[in-house]
Design a protein around this ligand. Structure first.
Ligand code: MSP
Length: 505
């Protein structure tokens, strides 16, 4: 029986069109989801859209649309992004769906039943752009710490008794060292919680686009309580009979988020869950932010990076590779076209692409378009290459489990470069006349290495690796990681290679 693996992206606000930041978080999840599937886990990969709240209501008003019509329109853009980036999510949740409404009502009722929600009055600062409340002491030059404008809000509100959960949260962080990653974020969250937690306003009355509070229709739920609950809605929390103790996928293995929303996921969310007697997710990973050629990305600067345009111009695997390779996941990074071009030309076209191209061409030219048969005997150099990936699969698992995507790729590229070096050194083209048998062994070794490289690269470069594995005739049902072990038997007919990556200027 395969183990379940549940991975989530944040659900995206639909007040805007998708940009590179949205593509980035989902890409990291897609890579993990694909990796786990190939490693025989039963994966549930969830993404979706966050459609309630003041920000979305205002965006709809500005367009002169009813909020529901507006979100129906914009949510489609996020679905298109999935297709464009070749994301393999298993479900797409919208917070305007019935299953989500039911699950929000249920968690609210449970929080009330457990005595964790009380009625009061909120007066304080609110930033619509962040959909977050701020203390006077947090305001910097009249703005939220993120730079978002704030407004003074005074309204009746329900409160969640967050302050009561401070010690329990700290104990949980202490006992579950991997719960928040990377470490810098963990330290940041711990010091925030140690600084003291105030009870949290969890309902609004001054606008209406949201999920109504059960038994008090004047109030709608605070958009973050609504949004976070999506992770449960998709596991059918509304109908689960045992407080998710018998759920197949809950608790989530990992919530992937950007660093700006770590507090919601690593403080409020576990507190809500504890207060509702629900199991806690195993990990929250916060990645960094991209800048564009050194500048902060913002609509007002007009430098938002559109993922649809990028894919159109460079190709989807090229963009997937660049985003995962360029910056250690967790750090901030800069998007530069020069760097993108360099990566495409040097790593993809000249290394992986070139290895494939030359090996297949040589086989076509010298071996009558037939991959040489698996030889009886491989010498030391051949074995070093052939064993360099399959013997290290546990290291690769470890890198993915720790979100070290760039390291994973770096390691594979070391093997690609060893394979190119091996080709130069063994010079199969000159063996043709002197030792035909040895030439066949060398070409076989290279094909076997390409097979393993391409199997391992599937999560990052799904289209290209499919093309390689198809061209070297690896059956579809022999592409999982467990098949790394079974050395290729060879003797397959192939055709002249189709180029993998065009060079860019
Ligand atoms: N709706 C909330 C999440 C609710 S989850 C229960 C939200 N949505 S968002 O659309 O504003 O942002 C979604 C994600 O995009 C966040 O993880 C954020 O970090 C990420 N990014 C937005 N801009 C980004 C960059 N410039 N770079 C990298 N990621 C960025 O927050």
């Amino acid at each position: 029986m395969s183990s379940p693996f549940y991975i989530t992206t944040p659900i995206y606000y639909v007040n805007d069109v998708p940009h590179i930041g949205h593509a980035y978080t989902t890409l990291a999840c897609d890579v993990m989801a694909r990796f786990k599937r190939l490693d025989d886990f039963e994966v549930f990969f969830l993404t979706g859209t966050d459609e309630h709240g003041q920000k979305v209501e205002t965006a709809a008003n500005n367009k002169g649309l009813k909020p529901q019509d507006f979100v129906d329109d914009v949510s489609v853009n996020f679905r298109s992004l999935l297709k464009c980036m070749n994301f393999s999510n298993d479900d797409f949740i919208r917070t305007t769906e019935k299953r989500h409404f039911n699950s929000c009502q249920r968690i609210w009722n449970k929080l009330v039943e457990n005595g964790n929600i009380y009625l009061g009055k909120y007066s304080g600062w609110y930033a619509v752009r962040d959909e977050a409340f701020f203390l006077e002491s947090e305001i910097v030059d009249g703005k939220a710490p993120s730079g978002a404008p704030v407004e003074w809000v005074e309204e009746p509100s329900y409160f969640f008794n967050l302050s009561k959960w401070q010690d329990k949260l700290l104990k949980y962080y202490d006992e579950n060292k991997d719960f928040i990653s990377p470490n810098t974020r963990r330290n940041e969250v711990i010091s925030f919680v140690k600084g003291g937690l105030k009870d949290l306003s969890v309902s609004r009355t001054s606008f209406s686009w949201g999920i109504k509070v059960p038994n008090d229709e004047q109030h709608i739920m605070y958009v973050w309580l609504d949004a976070l609950t999506n992770y449960l809605s998709a596991c059918d929390y509304a109908n689960n009979e045992n407080n998710m103790k018998n759920s197949k996928f809950w608790p989530a293995d990992i919530h992937m988020v950007g660093k700006d929303i770590i507090r919601f996921h690593a403080v409020y969310w576990p507190a809500f869950l504890m207060a509702a007697d629900l199991p806690l997710p195993k990990k929250v990973f916060a990645h960094g932010w991209w800048t564009n050629e050194g500048n902060k990305i913002s609509k007002s600067l007009g430098n938002v990076i559109n993922p649809f345009d990028l894919v159109e111009e460079y190709g989807v695997d090229q963009i997937r590779y660049f985003l995962m390779r360029e910056v250690p996941f967790g750090n901030d990074g800069d998007f530069s076209k020069t760097q993108l071009n360099n990566r495409i030309n040097s790593d993809l076209a000249n290394s992986y692409g070139n290895l494939f191209q030359r090996v297949i061409s040589m086989i076509c030219k010298n071996c009558n378009k037939t991959i040489p048969q698996k030889p009886e005997f491989l010498n030391k150099e051949d074995l070093v290459l052939v064993n360099s990936l399959k013997d290290k699969i546990d290291d690769y698992r470890n890198l993915i489990d720790n979100q070290k995507f760039d390291q994973f790729l770096k390691n594979i590229w070391l093997v690609i470069s060893s394979a190119n070096k091996y080709t130069d050194e063994q010079a199969p083209w000159s063996l043709k006349k002197t030792d035909f048998k040895r030439m066949e062994v060398v070409l076989f070794t290279l094909i076997e290495t390409l097979r393993q490289i391409s199997i391992l690269l599937q999560p990052f470069l799904p289209n290209t690796t499919k093309s390689v594995l198809d061209q070297i005739k690896i059956p579809l049902n022999e592409r999982n990681f467990k098949h790394l072990e079974n050395i290729y038997k060879g003797e397959e007919k192939i055709e002249l290679p189709e180029p993998l990556f065009p060079r860019v200027q």
